[in-house]
Design a protein. Sequence first.
Length: 202
Amino acid sequence: MIINSQALGLFGVLFFSALGAWGLWKQTLFIWKERSGQSVSIVNFSFGFSYFAVGFIYSLEKNLLALTLHTVGRMLCHLPILAGLYKFKDITRNEKILSILFFLGIGITCFMPSADLSFLIYSLGSVLTYAAQPLEIFRNRNSGTVEIKLHAIYFGSSIFWTIYGFAVNDFILKTTSIPNIFISILIIALCLKYRKQIQTTT
């Protein structure tokens, strides 16, 4: 079972890292092509960058090569999205403050004796910040430049990490992956709903 779990984990990291990078690239293109960040949650992406940065520190501490490669790739993919959001989106004062706090957490983690607690907090926090995305779509009554393909990928990867979490009996994976399945479904449903309404009115 240990061998099967390791093989499953390796496959998941390689496959969903590549697929997720493609989805993030599609989101980047959508933002920069439309020159808009409408309905794309800056809270979700600024926290996401911070989460993967903390995960990178954690991976170095634990000598986890697969996680190191995964987190570096995700950080690089988040940068052009964040640049586009800061350039084209009207960011509120509260969103700026939250983003700064998220980024400060990276620096704090560097000076902590262990990254375990910080990575746990960011892992659990990722669920809450991901939930900010459907809320922003619903508040605007418009899916804007939210890339539906990215969240379809998140849906698939959340199912995978849930299965893997139960296979290795990992509390964090089980706790964070299951809610993300339902959040990604909600995002996809809202995108389809509001894009259909726009097509109907035009």
